[in-house]
Design a protein around this ligand. Sequence first.
Ligand code: PA5
Length: 446
Amino acid sequence: MSDVLDWSGAALEKLNTAPYEAAVGRMAEHLRQEVGAGRLPFLSMPYMNALKAQLQELSPLLKTFDHMLLLGIGGSALGARALQKAFFPQQDQPGHSGPCLWIADNVDAYALEANLAKLPPENTVVVTVSKSGGTIETVGQYFIAKEWMQEKLGDAWQEHMILVTDEKQGYLREEADRFGIPALPVPDNLGGRYSVLSAVGLIPAQFLGMDVCALFDGARDIAARLAAPDLDAGTLEAHPSFQLAVWGASLMDAGFDEMIFFSYIPLWACFGDWFAQLWAESLGKEGKGSQPIPAIGVTDQHSVNQMFLDGRRNKACLFLTCPNLPAGPKFPADLPEKFGYVAGKDFGELIQAEGLGTRMALSASGVPLVEIRLERDEPRQAGKLIALLGAATILTGWLMGINPLDQPAVELGKRLAKARLGADGLKEEKADLQAFLTADRDIREL
Ligand code: PA5
């Protein structure tokens, strides 16, 4: 069997999917229009060949470094981390001596100080990733890392920097032009959370030696059919991303307002964080959406699973498995009687049995569940997963009648923070801030 979705536990019979299924013709037309107008490079990937060539060209330079410090946040970091943890676990394991990727995706003074104190600048490349080129969390770290490189390496500092940003505009593009820093583009209309298969995720992947072409191949297995200029309703109706979108939208109507992403491929757990951003930023609009909940099999069986099984009956689940994970070492043949049921078995049998048990228990508890069962835990399958969930998210958003490609609500907090720091303008935010800070507060001793 190849990679499949198992719909047996999806509880379709309890959902009113008909209105969404009926929208398939309209959705196919919308897809054709958006792809045709170049607004969905996530699916059409017109940049792919150029990027492969750029990565090839960059490869000898990347090989000269032992460390990559990646500065980015949100969609500019989560995909890279998911790929790193899935395909380059060595860095978290004893005895590692190869390349190291450090992802700085927070405003964390401890972490930044530690990185700058301990990384050897002469063997380090700083990769700053920001599509807008203006995100303060990222650009702020860039300012500090740039000064660090300048102090340590003098005129050679630019040779230890790479930028990934908009092709034409933004502060980082200006920096690239001003100092001749190598800069790869984030293609137009490719928003952060949809950008892992661009330079955003693939420069770190290339640095770590991953099979970037296999990732692309997997993504194209899924996306090419959706990006075809002659896409018709029948093709879309049969496509797993549309079927997931119909399921996702009708689940929300039925009150299932939480979506668990349960990964029973332990090394792929960070795809849960990647999915959480994708689903939340894309679909949390106008009082609608469902809250994504990343969970790790089997670890979370001993943590949040109790709530999944017997808490509010508002949860659905995407359940990620791979029957061909490594067998691992064997349990000794001679074990105490009460553990005799594992004696002589492969360690890897445990996760498969526990995955099956949890899946059945979730279904028995009434959690609608679709299993994404991957034949292998390899880059090609990761590419498929990325394209499948990205496309499903976009289509879910369209079925819900919202725009899945923006995230307007997150701007207010950013503007208020800027106002707090004294940025120009922002009159209204400054007034709100003043009112907030001077209002009576209900403060109690801790
Ligand atoms: O998905 C998104 O668009 C966001 O999460 C962005 O990735 C995030 O805000 C970082 O933006 P930028 O890449 O412009 O620095």
